[in-house]
Design a binder for this molecule. Structure first.
Ligand code: FAD
Length: 478
């Protein structure tokens, strides 16, 4: 009896419920386990930066399986067709996987599971990448939460300290040598134009990289509550792409913190960090309960919001050429590293949706393409929250002032100088708002506005008023 373990967003060999279940079946006399990854272009859509990550994470998984005497079978095509063919090629009678929750993924998994069951195949799915299933955490009326704080309390009450499953054994059953696998290098994951050149400096995709990142962050976790907003990123973990690809699980992280701290929810930095993992759960939870929010505002009042159509402004934002230094630094950091700090995400999202009055979906699409951690749940929630149309959203009238944000969260200008070398010689006041600086200050820093660095593409005060007027219009129409 052979079991196929279908890897998707769970590229690890520890705390892996589907693989552990396959091993239990092995103990019950099954003969083989076939680990499989299928690159299915139909679903769900993967952006360029995430594809880069996937390539390297699969390489890590391949090596880890090989070390244990197993082999990762790679296929490229429609998942259902590839599974049907693998069943035929291997004589497998079971297919196990860990669940995903994006609308497209759910649709595909449900269809595959029911058709496998019709054929008498033992098809089973497991909770793999979250602390709890989204349908398990409900309010007293049995309905989904729309606000984070009560959701988080319910999540904590449901238990966030479950023990993870153990690592898989050092030796796994071998995969038949004649079973065909695509070569990783033949999968179209790496970009044709090498815009990803700098990524390896910043990232080590794969399970080992995830644990190295976690171990490096642990000594700093107690100052997380204070340090997490610093734009230079020194106060945060950068675990998001590892979590996104399931190289480490929230259950493993939480268990490590519960074993290190007897009462982690009473240690400010640790509690705050766990709560951020709660935000990750909440994004996934909202996506599950409100799947339309990937493309529609959760708050229907925003359905007719008068977004502007201004492709040149969108392009300036994407390229980090808006003339607002903190926005441009963040957007260039994203392009070069595939990642952006949470506060920077809020600043650039507020600038796009409010100062530029451009539709949040344009920003969400760009993030899905350029972030290594691009995740439909967290990305949709983050954009809708900032735009004011989401659950528990920032009130629309709260418009980030990028100058004040830079002063507060990049006080010595280190972050902006790193990403905008053309402004590096400016004093901090000039750095945060060069268009307000005297010609002497600009001259001393070697800045020629409109030549070496752009003039702002919008007036911050005027565009703020314009956004508030637009909001007042949908409010009065409601
Ligand atoms: P840390 O501060 O170290 O936090 C640890 C973990 O908690 C993170 O890895 C992440 O999994 C989770 N987390 C932290 N903050 C949040 C948050 N606000 N919402 C949800 N989860 C959080 N996160 C993604 O993983 N993928 C996305 O596509 C994504 N898009 C976003 C878009 C916008 C507009 C905004 C405002 C936020 C978005 N986030 C997204 C959430 C957040 O910005 C990132 O998770 C965080 O910056 C990752 O950095 P870190 O791992 O150092 O986080």
């Amino acid at each position: 009896m052979t079991t196929i373990v279908w890897f998707r967003q769970d590229l690890r060999l520890s705390d892996h419920p589907a693989f552990s279940a396959a091993l239990d079946r092995l103990a019950e006399n099954a003969s083989r386990i076939i680990p499989v990854y299928i690159l299915d272009e139909g679903s769900p859509r993967l952006g360029g930066a995430a594809r880069w990550w996937l390539h390297h994470s699969l390489a890590g998984l391949q090596a880890d399986l090989a070390r244990r005497g197993s082999r990762l079978i790679l296929r490229h095509g429609d998942a259902e067709t590839e599974i049907a063919s693998l069943l035929q090629e291997t004589g497998a009678t079971a297919v196990y996987w860990n669940r995903r929750y994006d609308p497209e993924g759910i649709r595909q998994d449900q269809a595959i599971k029911s058709r496998l069951k019709e054929r008498g195949i033992d098809a089973q799915s497991f909770v793999g990448n979250y602390l709890h299933e989204p349908w398990q955490v409900l309010n007293r009326q049995g309905e989904p939460f729309r606000v984070f704080t009560p959701y988080w309390k319910a999540l904590v009450a449901a238990g966030i300290d479950d023990a993870p499953l153990p690592d898989l054994p050092d030796t796994l059953p071998p995969v038949p040598e004649n079973l065909a696998s695509a070569a990783l290098s033949a999968l179209p994951l790496l970009p044709a134009i090498p815009w990803d050149r700098a990524f390896p400096e910043y990232w080590q995709p794969g399970e080992q990289g995830a644990w190295a990142r976690f171990d490096a962050f642990l000594p700093r976790i107690e100052s997380y509550a204070d340090g997490r907003n610093a734009l230079d990123g020194t106060g945060v973990s950068r675990l998001s792409p590892h979590l996104r690809f399931g190289e480490i699980t929230p259950r493993q992280i939480s268990a490590a913190l519960f074993s290190r701290y007897p009462h982690p929810l009473e240690v400010p930095g640790v509690e705050h960090f766990l709560r951020e993992l709660g935000w990750r759960e909440f994004g996934n939870y909202l996506l599950f309960h409100e799947p339309q929010t990937v493309s529609e505002p959760l708050n229907p009042r925003f359905a007719d919001f008068p977004w502007r159509d201004a492709p040149d402004d969108l392009r300036a934002w994407q390229r980090g050429e808006t003339g607002i230094p903190v926005v441009d630094a963040a957007m260039r950091a994203l392009w070069t590293t595939g990642w952006m700090h949470n506060r920077a995400r809020m600043i650039v999202a507020s600038f796009l949706t409010k100062n530029l009055l451009l539709d949040w979906r344009l920003g969400a699409d760009w993030f899905m393409d350029t972030l290594v951690d691009a995740d439909p749940g967290s990305n949709t929630a983050g954009w809708q929250w900032t735009a004011g149309s989401g659950a528990d959203a920032a009130p629309y009238f709260r418009i980030f002032n990028p100058i004040l944000q830079a002063e507060k969260f990049d006080p010595d200008g280190r972050f902006i100088r790193q990403w905008l070398p053309e402004l590096a010689r400016a004093d901090t006041k000039t750095l945060f708002a060069p268009w307000q600086a005297s010609s002497n200050a600009l001259g001393r820093a070697g800045i020629r506005l409109g030549e070496t660095y752009p003039e702002p593409i919008v007036d911050l005060a005027g565009s703020r008023t314009r956004a508030l007027d637009a909001f007042a219009r949908i409010k009065s129409a409601a």
